[in-house]
Design a protein. Structure first.
Ligand code: EPU
Length: 442
């Protein structure tokens, strides 16, 4: 595993790049696969650290995970003989939380460490807990663990108070083995949720979505199935932004058009070029390039189908190259601007501030008590010439962002802790190198 990237910036990135399936779909499909004793095959899987962690949890519980190709994995829940997820999995990912459903189904109880994950804010799990309580689950929470128990999962009508992407998936997994009909209202619209619904339906549950309402007819006899992971919209946006900040031209292969609408709308407004090309098996390739100077733009992050929170840091690097002032207003996470300190050290002109918002509780997706500190917006003044930096990565999306900035910068950057980046991007440095980046791995 790579420890450090040494990047000599200022090189145009040009050519074609393959992406994998979304990591945030892959590992959740693997968790759902443990609801049956039969084998589930997942193709176009992302082989990244977060996925390896989910695999390790499954094997530590007694299940099996077998890679049968670079991006195909087979999961089998037969043999799962423990309801306790080891403490060692707490810090690495939110993965353990998603095992609540399969473990409650198999054992009537689950004992899991509290999630760590990205350092992007406080990230409470109250919405998950409340939804499971509606399904008849009791919780006992200590500082760093949650024990859950049930006398039997029961159907429910549950409305999420606010959007939660993983919370929706967590309940979907549990409800798909709950007798009767569970209805989730104000459910998340993120495409990874639909990928999960696809697998659960193939396994034998009957799930129907009508917008933000999802009806689940559970089954206690789910079967093996095969499913393809959706193309990762975060990887698409990463390479698109890399093309723009290096004045290059990149074709990202086999993407899903509808997942990128919000991003492409913004590209049009800032004056960037993009075209659809025919891809493989009816899919599309997306070409992104600079036409002339980039215009500034104010954006707000939103839940799907809006401009995704995961894209804003990458977008900030693009806006350092636009002619004028741009604002990014983060509505999903209360603390996702740590990366701006590093961009500033690289020469970016960025100011943090809190815009006036008339109804913060409705406007922001995080809980209102989490609003007390920190900043929700940045103003970026461009264009600026970035220069190289020494940086230690502490968050996946922020790490990818500093890599982009380093590719655009003059001079050499040394980026350590790149295992954080490899949590989300398979063969990242190899792909960048093939596109012409001067990147060395140590
Ligand atoms: N929230 C709560 N209580 C909860 C759940 C969420 O207060 O019980 C708050 C969160 O702290 C956040 C907001 O509500 O401020 C939205 O959280 P949500 O549950 O929707 O996000 P998530 O499921 O934790 C997923 C992805 C993130 C991605 C967001 C937004 C996974 C594992 N994570 O987070 O991806 O940014 O949705 O689309 O799917 C990443 O890949 O690096 C990453 C952080």
């Amino acid at each position: 595993m790579a420890v450090k990237y040494i990047i000599d910036g200022g090189q145009k990135l040009e050519g074609e790049v393959d992406i994998t399936g979304a990591k945030n779909a892959t590992w959740k499909l693997m968790v759902a696969a443990t609801l049956t004793d039969e084998e589930v095959t997942i193709t176009n899987a992302a082989r990244v650290l977060d996925v390896d962690i989910a695999a390790e949890i499954i094997t530590s519980l007694g299940g099996t995970v077998t890679w049968v190709g670079k991006n195909t994995v087979k999961v089998c829940g037969k043999g799962i003989n423990s309801y306790v997820v080891d403490e060692k999995f707490a810090a690495a990912s939110r993965a353990s939380l998603l095992f609540l459903g399969p473990l409650l189904y198999r054992f009537g109880k689950a004992d899991i460490p509290l999630p760590g994950g990205d350092r992007i804010g406080h990230r409470p799990i109250d919405r998950h807990i409340e939804a499971f309580q509606a399904l008849g689950v009791f919780f006992n929470k200590t500082d760093n663990r949650v024990t859950a128990s049930t006398k039997g999962l029961k159907e429910a009508l549950y409305k999420f108070s606010k959007n939660t992407h993983t919370g929706t998936e967590n309940i979907l997994i549990a409800a798909s083995v709950t007798a009767g009909q569970t209805i989730i209202q104000n459910a998340a619209l993120e495409p990874e949720v639909d990928n999960l619904i696809l697998l659960l339906n193939k396994m034998g549950s009957k799930i129907v979505r009508a917008g933000r309402t999802i009806e689940i007819q559970g089954s206690d006899n789910l079967k093996g199935a095969e499913v393809e992971v959706i193309a990762d919209r975060n990887q698409v946006v990463t390479f698109a932004c890399a093309a723009l900040v290096t004045n290059g031209s990149i074709v990202v292969k086999n993407v899903i058009e509808t997942h990128l609408t919000a991003f492409l709308e913004k590209l049009t407004v800032i004056g960037a070029g993009w075209d659809w090309l025919d891809g493989d098996n009816g899919k599309k390739h997306l070409k992104i390039y600079l036409k002339s100077g980039l215009k500034p733009l104010d954006i707000e992050t939103e839940v799907y189908p809006g401009f995704m929170s995961d894209w804003q840091a990458l977008w900030a690097v693009v806006m350092t190259q636009a002619q004028g002032d741009s604002i990014i207003h983060e509505r999903i996470f209360e603390n996702r601007f740590a990366y701006t300190e590093i961009l500033k050290k690289m020469g970016a002109k960025i100011e943090l501030f809190n815009p006036k918002v008339s109804n913060p509780d409705q406007f922001y997706n995080f809980n209102s008590e989490d609003i007390k500190t920190g900043y929700r917006a940045v103003r970026i003044s461009g264009p600026t010439q970035l220069h190289g930096i020494d940086y230690e990565v502490d968050d996946l999306r922020a790490g990818a962002t500093i890599v982009l900035a380093a590719l655009a910068a003059s001079g050499v950057s040394t980026i350590t802790g790149v295992d954080q980046i490899e949590r989300g991007y398979q063969d990242f440095e190899t792909k960048l190198e093939l596109l012409g980046a001067r990147i060395r791995v140590e």
